[in-house]
Write a protein that binds this ligand. Sequence first.
Ligand code: ACO
Length: 323
Amino acid sequence: MTLRAVVRGVGHYLPTRVVENSEFEAKIDTTDEWIRSRSGIERRHFASGLETTSSMATSAARAALKDAGLEPNDLDAIVLATSTADLTFPSAATMVQHQLGMTRGFAFDVQAVCAGFIYALANANALIVSGQAKRILVIGAETFSKIMDWTDRSTSVLFGDGAGALVLEAQEGEGTAQDRGILSTDLHSDGRHRDLLYVDGGVSTGASGYLRMQGNQVFRHAVAKLASTAHTAMDRAGVTADEVDWIVPHQANIRIIQGTAKKMNVPMDRVVVTVQDHGNTSAASIPLALSVGRDRGQIKLGDLLVTEAIGGGLAWGAVVLRW
Ligand code: ACO
């Protein structure tokens, strides 16, 4: 018997304010046509002044717990992927723990920018298969609208806010690729590329700063690195592209999503795409896509999924799981 981290529940939260591309046309030198054709984005959600990463994460967490039929104190841990925690510390995860009324277990943040949810899943999986926790809430939540330079047309049109969450639970499997749960993980980073994508603020500057990105340079790395990590994770899980029901990619750019799917030999009708409605929500994009994909009726019990992401660091990776 093999211990597996199996998805028991999923949920998400999106702020009510929806911003169409046309809103940017009035403020900066851009067009709906440019944004759609270069990125695939049509609209995104922005948090209100009162909403924070932890408040959105808590809403997504409540939805996932309800879906799982569990109470907060049924959890052993919360792992929250974010680069936009409410404060430098304490972690957004402990704020969620408090907001949920969870009075046991432990909670911590994972920071790997857009690859954050992949890193969080890998960490949660390790805690479960090593027997340190039985039930873990894994959340991706971001308020990138708060680190946008609204005068920079090359970044401000790309990002959005939101949160998604999964409840993972330890269950016995057979040790084969037919098991439900996480079947393999693959993580990478390369700090030599830090200048391609970073925030120009933080503790060393005294201000929280703004996102800076050389988008076309990141683009050049993205497809090759994503296809490579997905293949490594699939090999490790003992599955082939033919068997994959859904790729659930990080939602940064439709052209990256299409290029990666092509390199993986998986047709686009087996890819969950939400980038048109959410923009790039960084660490929130994969759990949002999992939750929306399940609600749309795309992702079903027993489906084989490959999730992959790349972001600032650069940091990238993939997870293969059976839903
Ligand atoms: N409206 C109109 N024109 C624009 C805009 C805009 N909003 N933004 C840039 N342009 C212009 C540029 O100035 C440039 O003009 P020039 O040729 O006169 O210099 C032209 O459009 C082309 O710019 P590129 O940056 O080369 O455009 P590209 O086709 O590469 O698309 C994009 C840009 C969408 C950012 C793309 O490169 C991309 O998606 N990159 C990857 C982003 C990503 O995946 N990041 C990782 C995850 S994010 C994270 O970790 C936080």
